[in-house]
Design a protein around this ligand. Structure first.
Ligand SMILES: *Cc1c(COP(=O)(O)O)cnc(C)c1O
Length: 378
């Protein structure tokens, strides 16, 4: 049995090595390193896969969020509502651009933005709702889109952890994560469900005009070379990364299937352990298990994490500190106790190894090691 890892990037590479190596070598020999045919082909293939009109490749997921925000013509002080329990990117770009992040509570079962909390957070200054599809499941888009429509707001979906998850609306309509709103923003960071061999990202939109603006923002604010109509940034996906992503996109459905099967196996081992709460499956969205995240009750989580590490099993805490208690956001004026659900999640969650090459044997070792600790410490 090989070493157990949170994500086995090397194992996945070995299984598709010939195709990846050939794709990289092609780019090297073409010398079209920036915006070459591979980038355009990947863009078209991802558009078809997602069923979205425009994919705009860029340098990483954080840039994708930033480009989306910069394309909407917001003013300093405009408010953007975003969940508290997530990675920092979403709130970071809001603050960086001079807009005001308004953090909201999440649902304790899905970990995603609580639509009721969004409704309460709306003020005359609100311009955008920015949900994050955390750990692989879509946020409550039915409600979020209804609120946005009611108040004439933009919606930017952070879909870095949920590429290819789909969402079913009450009327039966289905849509892929990131394609339901003004913009979707995703990341191809190596450990994401569709990851490249470095940094990469993309925005999605169905709006022709916004797509053009986003392309312009990502390209130094110019449509015609050396004529800069607005202040933009420089954010590109390398051709080598696009070539790698094309190979992996062809397998993305199988990869998500493998993750779901691994999640089902974990669920079966943990279902009768009362100190563990297995991941909730929201019937409105497919779960693509970017993370397999348990809630632990009544046991010392960091003690458990150390026990796993001592047995060469990684286990990670995503996320240990809520955004409202991060030093960087002290100026927002939040305090401990403001977000009870988020604060308790930050104390209870633990994520286990989850990737496409995970074997049943490896998972059994993860599960028995974890259950051993619980039996000894309760
Ligand atoms: C990974 C991630 C990002 C940022 O992606 P980068 O490519 O690392 O910039 C943004 N939001 C979420 C929820 C993420 O998980």
């Amino acid at each position: 049995m090989g070493d157990i890892q949170m994500v086995d990037l090397l194992g996945q590479y070995h299984n598709i090595k010939d195709e990846i190596d050939a794709a990289i070598l092609d780019v090297v020999q073409s010398s079209a390193y920036i915006n070459g045919p591979e980038v355009k082909a990947f863009q078209a293939e991802l558009e078809a896969f997602l069923g979205v009109k425009h994919v705009i490749p860029c340098a990483n997921g954080t840039d994708a969020l930033q480009i989306a925000m910069m394309s909407l013509g917001l003013q300093p002080g405009d408010e953007v509502i975003t969940p508290n329990f997530t990675f920092i990117s979403t709130v970071e770009v809001i603050a960086l651009l001079g807009y005001k992040p308004i953090l909201v509570e999440v649902d304790p079962k899905t970990f995603n933005m609580d639509a009721e909390a969004v409704r309460k957070a709306i003020t005359p200054k609100t311009k955008v709702i920015a949900p994050v599809h955390l750990f692989g499941q879509c946020a409550d888009m039915e409600e979020i889109l209804a609120i946005a429509k009611e108040h004439d707001l933009y919606v930017i979906e952070d879909t870095a952890q949920a590429i290819s998850s789909d969402y079913t609306f009450d009327d039966g309509r289905k849509a892929m994560a990131g394609t339901m709103s003004t913009f979707g923003a995703t990341s191809f960071f190596p450990s994401k469900n569709l990851g490249c061999f470095g940094d990469g990202g993309a925005l999605y939109t169905n709006d022709d005009e916004l797509a053009e603006t986003a392309r312009q923002v990502a390209n130094h604010g110019m449509k015609v070379r050396y004529y800069h109509e607005k202040v933009g940034i420089n954010s590109r996906l390398d051709s080598i990364q696009a070539a790698i992503l094309r190979v992996k996109l062809r397998r993305l459905n199988d990869y998500c299937e493998a993750r779901r099967a691994a999640a089902d196996r974990y669920d079966a081992w943990f279902k009768d352990i009362e100190q563990l709460e297995t991941p909730y499956r929201d019937p409105k969205t497919t779960h693509t298990f970017h993370q397999y995240t348990l809630k632990v009750n009544g046991i010392d989580r960091f003690g458990l994490q150390k026990h796993m590490m001592d047995h060469n099993i990684p286990a990670m805490v995503y996320y240990p500190v809520p955004l409202h208690l991060q030093e960087a956001f002290e100026n927002l004026g939040y305090k401990k106790g403001d977000f009870p659900v988020t604060e308790s999640l930050c104390e209870e969650v633990i994520s286990l190894p989850m990737h496409t090459e995970l074997t049943t044997e490896q998972q059994e070792k993860v599960a028995t090691t974890l259950i051993d600790y619980i039996k000894k410490h309760s």
